[in-house]
Design a protein. Structure first.
Length: 261
């Protein structure tokens, strides 16, 4: 890796602003390979050298990725005057600058949101041409009708005339009001509007997967997980709907713990 300025490295890989970084350097709070360094213009290789700031080692990878289990009421934004934001679910010490939610989930939906400062990955995940699948568990107000899957697969027409891309939809066995849906695009309130187009109403919507990565049931509402690079690659390598369905059904009751949160 090319050598980069110590002050830039600190500003990129810690929550501190550039002026905080200057102060921390002046105070001798920054060590490179155990030695205090006060000169921010020093060029270092963060992959080879160990940099600590107030005793905490800087991450060595260039990008960070978290998944959070968004609770009800949180918005997918970095700042909001009225609602709590998803980035606040990451503890301050790990909240690197530039962290943003890659994609949206409504305030009244819950579940998996990816947070990163890697604009390239976010772009690849969200690019309409890629159609990276997103999986949602939903609870309906009225029982699931047998023709829903066929209608969703044919491409539903929403009330404003928008024609949706074909989507996979399947009821959760032995449950007449729960289903799993897989979308290959991300329109405003899409799942809710698709179910409304079929005369039903979504009471609960929980995103359980993005691409080839499912939200682990161990992450409860408001919890988060930092991803390894291997997991990040999985995001862009989806599995067939049938195998995702099987994994979700096997864990189904655990996902319901999030309901109402
Ligand atoms: N579809 C919706 O209706 N809401 C979401 O948050 C995501 C997909």
């Amino acid at each position: 890796m090319a050598l980069i300025r110590l002050d830039k490295c600190l500003a990129d890989r810690t929550p501190h602003s550039r002026s905080d970084v200057k102060r921390l350097l002046r105070e001798g709070a920054v060590l490179v390979d155990g030695v205090p360094v006060r000169d921010g213009s020093l060029r270092i290789d963060p992959d080879v050298q160990t940099v600590t700031c107030r005793g905490t080692a800087l991450r060595s990878d260039a990008h960070v990725y978290f998944i959070v289990n968004k609770p009800l009421g949180y918005v997918c934004a970095t700042e909001d005057r009225q609602h709590p934001v998803v980035t606040a679910l990451i503890p301050e010490a790990q909240r690197v600058r530039g962290l943003f939610p890659a994609g949206r989930l409504d305030a009244d939906s819950t579940g998996m949101v990816l947070l990163t400062e890697d604009g390239d990955l976010a772009h690849r995940l969200l690019a309409p041409k890629r159609h990276v699948p997103k999986y949602y568990l939903l609870r309906l107000a009225r029982p699931y009708e047998p023709d829903y899957a066929r209608r969703a697969a044919a491409g539903l027409t929403l009330s404003d005339g928008t024609v949706c891309r074909p989507a996979e939809l399947s009821p959760i066995e032995a449950e007449d009001r729960y289903a799993l849906i897989c979308l290959h695009e991300g329109r405003y309130h899409q799942v809710r509007r698709m179910m409304a187009a079929m005369g039903n109403h979504v009471e609960m919507l929980h995103r359980v997967g993005i691409g080839g990565l499912l939200l682990p049931v161990s992450i409860k509402a408001g919890g988060f997980l930092e991803l390894f690079h291997k997991d990040v690659e999985n995001l862009l390598n989806p599995e067939p709907f049938s195998s995702v369905y099987e994994r979700i059904v096997n864990n189904f009751p655990s996902y319901l713990i999030n309901e109402g949160q």
